[in-house]
Design a protein around this ligand. Sequence first.
Ligand SMILES: [Zn+2]
Ligand SMILES: [Zn+2]
Length: 342
Amino acid sequence: MKAVRFYKNHKEFFIENVEKPTIRNPDEVLVQVKACGICGSDLHLLHGFIKPAFSPIIPGHESSGIIAEVGKNVKKVKPGDHVVISAGISCGKCFFCKNHRENLCEEVGVLGFHCNGAMAEYICVEERNVFKISSHIPFSEAAILADAVSTPFYAIKKIGNFQKDQKIAVLGCGGLGIHAIKIARALEASEIYAFDISDTSLQNARNVGANHTFLSYSIREIVKSLHKKIYFHLILDFTGIYDFVEPMLRLLFSGGKYIIVGLSKGQLQIRIPSIITFRSLSICGSYGIDSETFQELIDFYNIGKISLNESISGQFPLDKINDCVRELENRKNSIIRFILTP
Ligand SMILES: [Zn+2]
Ligand SMILES: [Zn+2]
């Protein structure tokens, strides 16, 4: 079958013919991949920031498709069912997996980084990693539910424990930040402030419901632009730049949460201001999504709470991946998600 492969220390992806995967244990399903999003973290592979478990590896963790075959223990899905494949791969046996918190699994891995991913015609995963969707959902939109939408959904709903009428700040309006804004809008946030270093990303942010947008290259500019004592209930940081944490903490209401979602190369060094105690503030990380919240997201999408049509910036065959990467890297056009259609 045709697949995209990444070789360590190479600055581009390769399109190769590889062996089609087969079901190796009775809990597995074989999925014919119909759509796979290109995420910012796939670009991190090329830049050496994310190290794959082995090389060459098939990347791709935002995917959807059709069940082609099932192992003999599989009950949840059958051949022909349309599914979205979760980005995180869990063990199914540890304390966290048994308590529906698979994203905290002791052995959690990500498709395409820890095992072969979905930028291929077929993929084999265990049954618990697929979620059935109705057949009228476009595969491209289903694919981005797996990360670009689910990661901010979990951060806002589960980690942030979001309540209607809260005021939200979103730092970084790329693929994940944009969906954080959409979700916050759908959940009836009172006001959404968006920050980015790109005008086109801020245009996207306004299009999906941000009330106030700020072009900010540095934390000093952000704080300056907020000199009017604006406070937030939740600050969602997708930038991976830890310099924002300490000064932005001061912009949280009592009980507020600063949620770090963006992956960072740096280390968080912070002098914790005493307001953290007397305002009961929290600094939290948020990673992936658990199965219950993921099902909640699929239901949320199914009832039309969030539309993803305009999140799909283009659909391309596998062999166009390097062209897509180049376009994503120059950030000139307002791209939210490119989808590969194996
Ligand atoms: Zn991703
Ligand atoms: Zn586990």
